[in-house]
Design a protein around this ligand. Structure first.
Ligand SMILES: Nc1nc2c(c(=O)[nH]1)N[C@H]1C(S)=C(S)[C@@H](COP(=O)(O)O)O[C@H]1N2
Ligand SMILES: [Mo]
Length: 307
């Protein structure tokens, strides 16, 4: 008999588009044997996904680097706190409530979310506002796929994303380091942009707790803190929502938080960054190198004022 942990994906949660097999399955020859042969691999927490042309060509950081050096203040402010402490996060049952300016507000279970659209691998650069970066092979789907399903009204101008805040599971929530729950926000066009994803996995596997299991936002042209983890609520709003980091330091963390080497943080330069695992610093790229795809959304805006 198969014994499953609560974080594993059930075969019934996998999209029927079983033709998209990951590289490992192809390499092991499982593909040649058909979907039935691939199922035991999925039961062990493997996701079925297809590659995406939106992936970066950069060398990926290792699974070890991506899962042992984290910011997840609900589990402590040290980089190694989340990997050590996030095992207490319960990722099943899980659901996301979508409410606010939409015709069809509703709750999506994690099982429904995993089937919203075929999963894709998105290799993205992540630039933390602290001055380091990584390249992470996420598995997820476009946030637009989810927002479309609730029929936003014409008043829906912004999207507020809210993380879980449960003292029982999250030791850091007992400390006043941020105004919990961790809250982030995007303008509607940013939320609907094809690069903006909800990630459910990385390196082909179910998302580790410390990376924001079971489902988190990833917005690759913005500083890492916009990419809220372990999301439980999404609210469509007419007014620009408040965000936890903006409340904590309004002069340091603006609403837009686009990666911008020409706008320094008041306490340090943003011109360069250190890719985790590398010795020499790199020049930080405008919009984290995604300018061709996203710069149009900010035409005519003063990005020094709207940082
Ligand atoms: N809920 C929540 N989301 C969060 C954070 C957090 O502390 N709490 N930290 C942010 C920051 S500062 C960064 S750089 C990224 C890090 O994501 P990773 O650990 O998966 O690399 O998560 C972001 N999302
Ligand atoms: Mo960050």
């Amino acid at each position: 008999m198969l014994i499953r942990s609560s974080t594993e994906i059930l075969p019934s949660e996998i999209t029927p588009e079983g033709i998209w097999l990951n590289r490992r399955q192809i390499m092991t020859g499982a593909a040649a044997l058909g979907l039935a042969a691939a199922l035991p691999a999925q039961a062990a927490g493997e996701l079925v996904y297809r590659p995406s042309p939106l992936s970066a060509k950069d060398d990926k950081n290792s699974f070890e680097q991506i899962t042992q050096y984290n910011n997840y203040y609900e589990f402590g402010t040290g980089k190694d706190d989340p990997a050590r402490a996030a095992h207490t996060l319960k990722t099943r049952p899980w659901s996301i409530v979508i409410e606010g300016e939409c015709d069809k507000p509703r709750t999506f279970s994690i099982e429904e979310l995993l089937k919203i659209a075929p999963l894709e691998e998105r290799i993205y650069r992540l630039r933390c506002v602290e001055g380091w970066s990584m390249v992470i092979p996420w598995v997820g789907f476009s946030l637009s796929e989810l927002i479309k399903r609730v029929n936003p009204t014409s008043k829906a101008k912004y999207v507020e994303l809210i993380s879980l805040a449960d003292k029982e599971q999250m030791p850091g929530v007992g400390r006043q380091v941020l105004d919990w729950p961790y809250t982030e926000g995007l303008r509607m066009d940013e939320a609907m942009h094809p690069l903006t994803i909800m990630a459910v996995g990385l390196y082909g596997k179910v998302l580790p707790n410390q990376n924001g299991a079971p489902i988190r936002l990833v917005v690759p042209w913005k500083y890492g803190f916009k990419s809220a983890k372990s999301i439980v609520k999404i609210r469509l709003t007419e007014k620009q929502p408040q965000t936890s980091w903006n409340k904590a330091g309004p002069s340091e963390y603006g609403f837009y938080s686009n990666v911008n080497p020409t706008v320094d943080h008041p306490r340090w330069s943003q011109a360069t960054e250190r890719r985790i695992g590398e010795v020499f610093k790199r020049k930080t790229l405008m919009f984290n190198g995604y300018g061709d795809q996203v710069a149009g959304m900010y035409k005519g805006m003063d990005l020094k004022k709207l940082f």
